[in-house]
Design a protein around this ligand. Structure first.
Ligand code: GLP
Length: 252
């Protein structure tokens, strides 16, 4: 059931101010709960946020030493040290730039031979960490979150997914622009795993996201638009820049 008023919408003049504001809010959360469990996305959208968090960490305004992280997803069939892997992306943009402890960084392994066991391991580790306090999300132009692609039905828990051609195209930059080099499958947290996070903040910037942002807010709630399930979460916020909010500004 949709929860009235959810998701909340916050519109910033541009993505830089959005990233700066969100980073300082995260710093406040970590200050009040130093062992915060955070879920993390990849993609172009969070890059500015990660840079801001690095800046705050360098200034001693956020301490990641007791923070635990869980990334949302990973390509299947490539190792974590592959240049196109999400793990490589996170190492480059975030993990090596802040004082996170390596053993508190959690990632799905795209090299796993037994995918079901790997997905079960991830669910167990999330549970053992006490669940995710704050889950940051990006948004696919087709409405996917994590790698939960539009489909007739959605898997609840961490699972193996087949990527749509649109998503493979959107991720081609990680593979030298070669769509064919983008793995056809991935592992992803499921929608139930995502919706169990105590708080969710989805970041969407740029005009390419304006239509899908509008659709996710207007409903209906459907597996054909996985992000529409965010309407059912009691503590979900959309952080938008003006370009991504252009179709919903009247509601913000
Ligand atoms: C990938 C990731 C998603 C991310 C999406 C959007 O497909 N699996 O978690 O939200 O890209 O990417 P971008 O921020 O580059 O638009």
């Amino acid at each position: 059931m949709p929860i009235p008023g959810s998701p909340r919408i916050t519109v910033f003049p541009n993505d830089e101010i959005a990233a700066r504001t969100l980073a300082s809010r995260i710093a406040e959360r970590v200050t009040s709960k130093p062992d915060l469990v955070i879920g993390l996305p990849t993609g172009r959208t969070p890059v500015r946020l990660y840079a801001e968090l690095e800046r705050l960490c360098g200034q001693g305004r956020i301490d990641f030493s007791r923070v635990t992280t869980f990334n949302l997803d990973e390509f299947l069939g490539i190792g974590s040290d592959h240049p196109g892997s999400f793990r490589t992306f996170m190492n480059e943009h975030f993990f090596t730039r802040v004082n996170l402890q390596t053993d508190r960084i959690h990632f799905l392994s795209g090299a796993a031979r037994d995918c079901a066991a790997e997905c079960a391991r991830y669910e167990q580790e999330i549970a053992a960490a006490g669940g995710i306090d704050l889950l940051l999300l990006g948004l696919g132009t087709n409405g996917h979150i994590g790698f939960n692609e539009p489909a007739a039905t959605l898997e609840g828990r961490t699972h193996r997914v087949t990527l749509t051609p649109e998503t493979r195209r959107a991720n081609a930059a990680l593979f030298g622009g070669d769509v064919e080099a983008v793995p056809k499958e991935a592992l992803s947290m499921g929608m139930a795993t995502i919706l169990q996070a105590r708080a969710i903040v989805l970041i969407a910037t740029g005009s390419a996201k304006a239509s899908v942002v509008d659709r996710l807010l207007r409903g209906p709630i459907t597996p054909e638009l996985p992000a529409s399930f965010l309407q059912t979460h009691a503590d979900c916020e959309l952080v938008l820049d003006q370009a991504a909010a252009e179709k919903v500004t009247g509601r913000a």
